[in-house]
Design a protein around this ligand. Structure first.
Ligand SMILES: NC(=O)c1ccc[n+]([C@@H]2O[C@H](COP(=O)([O-])OP(=O)(O)OC[C@H]3O[C@@H](n4cnc5c(N)ncnc54)[C@H](OP(=O)(O)O)[C@@H]3O)[C@@H](O)[C@H]2O)c1
Length: 263
């Protein structure tokens, strides 16, 4: 039987790379989308798992680039069985001091890029009556998160979008699953300028990106609505955070993301 086909964005490293790896381990051919850094090595690594891989360098913060990426997916000429819309960036620091250009790029990637790519995936999958969509939100989607507030708001969008889309598509054969990782050991915190914080040091050690990806894949295949991934403490935090008053949530998050030298 022919392999199924999966699309994964943000696949050059971190959670996206591990999602692509888990898809490959489960016999999916792949179309990968990411900014160019590291993508050719990823392509070679994943081909070694015995699947076909097409890697497309793309900037998903740009409307025309999302269109080009989708045309590269369609050029494969096969139905897309699953898509993991995962590419995302963060921005750490106090809003009064952070760089607006970074935050606009963040919103364009995490919000506009996610929604735009989902539009193409939905229009492709619904007429076929089959497909699986995984959207990487976060545990932060449900938190009051000073010093990461634009990022948190973007991930709240991703979660709300995934939940609403799931409800709309419930009778179509297409499922939507939100992946909600806790702090995960990738380059994410360094890239958002939070490497010298509790979150960017001991906090991120709480979750291994391969474990996050395995749980995301399992939830996707089982058609679950969402999964808090991956450790027990992340699952507990996800389940209980709604019971914590906003002011305490804000204090806890501020503490985790404050530069160590200010503590
Ligand atoms: N790490 C965590 O603690 C954590 C927790 C919860 C949720 N998440 C979410 O998980 C997802 C992956 O994060 P990660 O931790 O794996 O981060 P990461 O290691 O920094 O990887 C991010 C990936 O997204 C790609 N990317 C970023 N902006 C892009 C753009 N404009 N166009 C195309 N590709 C782009 C990157 O490509 P390049 O490397 O080429 O830039 C990279 O492949 C994100 O949506 C993030 O919000 C992360």
């Amino acid at each position: 039987m022919a392999n199924q086909l999966a699309v994964v964005t943000g696949a050059s490293m971190g959670i996206g790379y591990n999602l692509a790896k888990v898809f490959a381990e489960n016999g999916f051919d792949l179309v990968l989308g990411s900014e160019p850094e590291g993508l050719s090595k990823v392509e070679i690594d994943l081909r070694a798992l015995g699947v076909q891989v097409k890697a497309v360098a793309v900037d998903l913060s740009k409307y025309d680039e999302v269109l080009r990426f989708w045309s590269e997916v369609e050029a494969v000429g096969r139905p897309v069985d699953a898509i993991a819309i995962n590419a995302g960036i963060g921005s750490g620091g106090l809003f009064a001091e952070t760089d607006l250009d970074v935050e606009i790029r963040l919103v364009r990637t995490n919000v506009e890029g996610t929604m735009h790519l989902a539009k193409h995936a939905v229009k492709h999958m619904v007429p076929r009556g089959a497909g699986r969509i995984l959207i990487t939100a976060s545990i932060i989607s449900e938190m009051v998160a000073p010093r990461e507030l634009v990022y948190a708001a973007s991930k709240s969008f991703d979660l709300a979008f995934a939940k609403g889309l799931r409800a709309e598509l419930k009778d179509t054969g297409v499922t939507v699953t939100a992946l909600q990782p806790g702090p995960t050991d990738t380059h994410f915190f360094d890239r958002e300028g939070l490497s010298d914080t509790d979150a960017g040091t001991k906090g991120k050690k709480g979750n291994d990106p391969y474990d996050v990806a395995k749980q995301g894949f399992k939830a996707l295949m089982e058609g679950d609505d969402h999964v808090y991934a991956a450790s027990l403490s992340t699952k507990l935090q996800g389940a209980l955070m709604g019971l914590v008053p906003d002011a305490l949530q804000a204090k806890l998050h501020d503490d985790m993301t404050k530069p160590l030298e200010e503590k």
